[in-house]
Design a protein around this ligand. Structure first.
Ligand SMILES: [Zn+2]
Length: 184
């Protein structure tokens, strides 16, 4: 299944091979562009089904996500579970639910996002849910590019787990081979 998902992501161009400059300044042979997947509703629906099926037995009452790609995930997972899907936007400190979104006291909330990189956006949504009195019951992502290194203290599910190597530019084997560097 993991292989099937990885080939799907490669096929649509959401996982790219090459030589990439990451936001951290490090170089990587792999790059994830989530919108190559999210722009295709049928593929997005298929991966969201894995998330919905995984957490359905937990009695999810609400799905919440961070902006921007997360909005699509929240909508689709919520649609499949037959519950509301909301999103939290960036404010000065963390994130909050605007636009009249409500979290009922104790509401069992699944937090979803597209790509897990550092986990900070997801943490902020988990905190926003708790701040409203809701109960986060799990975290799900399409792609975990930390190879399972981030722990939210909640049940976690990733459709695909990737080990994403990165190199200090001074020690980068792709630089050594003079492969053209792509700035993303
Ligand atoms: Zn390099």
């Amino acid at each position: 299944m993991a292989n099937e998902i990885e080939s799907l992501l490669r096929q649509v161009g959401a996982v790219l091979d090459g030589h990439f400059l990451l936001a951290s300044g490090r170089h990587s042979p792999l790059y994830v562009e989530k919108f190559r997947l999210l722009e295709q509703p049928s593929h997005t629906e298929r991966l969201c089904r894995l998330i919905a099926d995984h957490f359905r037995p937990q009695g999810v009452q609400l799905v919440a996500a961070p902006t921007t790609g997360g909005i699509i995930l929240s909508y689709e997972v919520a649609r499949q579970l037959g519950v509301r899907g909301i999103f939290a936007e960036k404010v000065q400190e963390g994130r909050r639910f605007g636009r009249g979104f409500r979290v009922a006291p104790g509401e069992r909330t699944l937090v979803v996002d597209d790509v897990l990189t550092t986990g900070s956006s997801i943490r902020e949504v988990v905190e926003a849910v708790r701040a409203e009195g809701g109960q986060p019951i799990g975290v799900a992502v399409l792609v975990d590019r930390t190879a399972g290194r981030v722990d939210f203290g909640l049940p976690f599910f990733a459709c695909l787990t990737l080990e994403l190597p990165s190199y200090d530019p001074a020690e980068c084997p792709l630089c050594a081979q003079r492969v053209t560097l792509t700035v993303t």
